[in-house]
Design a protein around this ligand. Structure first.
Ligand code: IFM
Length: 432
């Protein structure tokens, strides 16, 4: 059995990023292809030029006192063409790991954060039968290369969001709008996670003889009925919460929830999460759709007719609601696994709003810990302003402002507030 995540540092904290959103010039992936087809209002181009400026960015993280950093490896840099492995990429990320290690910053590493190599997509992406094989081959390589630096791995970032936009709504590559494809990709991602889990643990046990902790980062929204007195709305919330928030956890933990039998060879009796990674942003009000079928998970209310006051929203139009983080954390207690808040953040041009957001959400973490939820870490999204996918560069999520012309970085006051709030939790925990 893997050890549970180690106790020092008592509380992992810092920020989260992803390769395509900050590195710049990720020319060999499917998002780059999508962007160059002119499907978005603006392409990622140089983004934050983090690929070249990672030393400077790691120094900023260290200056803020972060003890951990979540970031993703870009598969398309390692394997820009099928079966051709790029030594330069291996060397580059080795330098990133070294930079973090030299400053005592614990890496939390994501293996898949929405992007795929273009060659993989052209072969059918996650719908092709060999998808899990290709992904596992990449995982095997990077785990062997970097296992010595890493304890915490996130195999897949937000599988349900990736599936929703890429295979159901169609606004992200590959632009499918097909319920059956979406279900197939769900199954493939689950298998890919399980296989990656197995590869990581086998390598750590056999070659490294140290523990690894593996999970996904699951996007969870706090759903609430539009009308509390409506049984239909409450039913829709129940189903939506089950399918959108919990199905991946359930299927991964039991191995046979909706697809009996097929996972037992991977799992034996144990599930495939060592902790739970939670990405939380907002609450949604849900209205009844239909009792059974595709629409039984209800619809997101346009917020004109529910009776609860929405106090404030972000530049994305997402309600700011720290109470939702607290509630979701309490619900995750039932899984009896440590929880890492792998993402939580706000897009705003008013840094005072970000300051409030950080204070309220870290307070929710603190409260949840007191309510018995083993929250082991908190990562604010994001370190830098960055490329927010279909929304381009307009939304500003960073605790560090980026001038995209000069690539100059400027610390916002919220950067210091994040450190202050997280240090308090870390301090309290290390005394406990
Ligand atoms: O920018 C994204 C990130 O890639 C995944 N989680 C949500 C963030 C904000 O939308």
């Amino acid at each position: 059995m893997p050890e549970s995540p180690r106790t020092a540092p008592a509380f992992l904290w810092g920020t989260a990023t992803s390769s395509h959103q900050i590195e710049g010039h990720n020319r060999a992936n499917d998002w780059w292809a999508w962007e160059t087809q002119g499907r978005l209002k603006e392409p990622s181009l140089a983004a934050c030029d983090h690929y070249e400026r990672f030393e400077e960015d790691v120094a900023l993280i260290a200056g803020l006192g972060h003890n951990a950093h979540r970031f993703s490896l870009e598969w398309s840099r390692f394997e820009p063409e099928e079966g051709r492995w790029n030594e330069e990429a291996f060397k580059h990320y080795d330098e990133v790991f070294q930079a973090l290690k030299n400053r005592g910053i614990e890496p939390v590493v994501t293996l898949h954060h929405f992007t795929n190599p273009e060659w993989f997509s052209l072969k059918g992406g996650w719908l092709q039968d060999r998808a899990v094989f290709y992904f596992s081959r990449y995982v095997e390589r990077v785990v062997k290369a970097y296992g010595r630096y890493v304890k915490y791995w996130i195999t897949i970032n937000e599988p349900t969001i990736y599936i929703y936009f890429g295979f159901y709504e169609g606004s992200w590559p590959p632009g499918n709008m097909c319920y059956r494809d979406a279900m197939k990709v769900f199954r493939q991602l689950l298998l890919a996670h399980m296989e990656a889990y197995r590869i990581i643990h086998r390598h750590y046990e056999e070659a490294l003889q140290k523990p690894a902790a593996v999970s996904i980062a699951q996007h969870m929204t706090y759903f609430t009925p539009c009308r509390h007195d409506s049984f239909g709305d409450r039913w829709a919330v129940f189903l939506r919460d089950w399918f959108v928030n919990h199905l991946f956890w359930r299927a991964g933990l039991t191995g046979h929830l909706f697809f009996p039998g097929i996972f037992s060879e991977f799992l034996g009796s144990r599930g495939c999460f060592d902790f739970l990674g939670l990405n939380y942003y907002t609450r949604d009000f849900i209205r009844f759709g239909e009792w059974f079928g595709e629409k039984s998970v209800g619809g997101i209310c346009d917020k004109a007719h529910h009776r609860i006051q929405v106090r404030e929203s972000s530049a994305m139009g997402w309600e700011v609601h720290a109470g939702g983080l607290y509630e979701l954390l309490k619900r995750l207690r039932g899984y009896r696994l440590p929880v890492m808040v792998t993402e939580n953040g706000i897009a705003t041009r008013e840094d005072a709003q970000r300051v409030r957001f950080i204070r309220e959400h870290t307070h929710a973490v603190h409260k949840a810990r007191h309510a018995g939820v083993p929250v082991m870490g908190y990562f604010y999204w994001s370190l830098l302003d960055n490329f927010e996918w279909a929304h381009g560069f307009d939304p500003r999520f960073g605790i560090i402002e980026v001038d995209y012309q000069s690539q100059e970085r400027k610390l916002r006051p919220s950067a210091h507030v994040l450190s202050e709030c997280c240090r308090k939790i870390e301090h309290e925990l290390s005394r406990a």
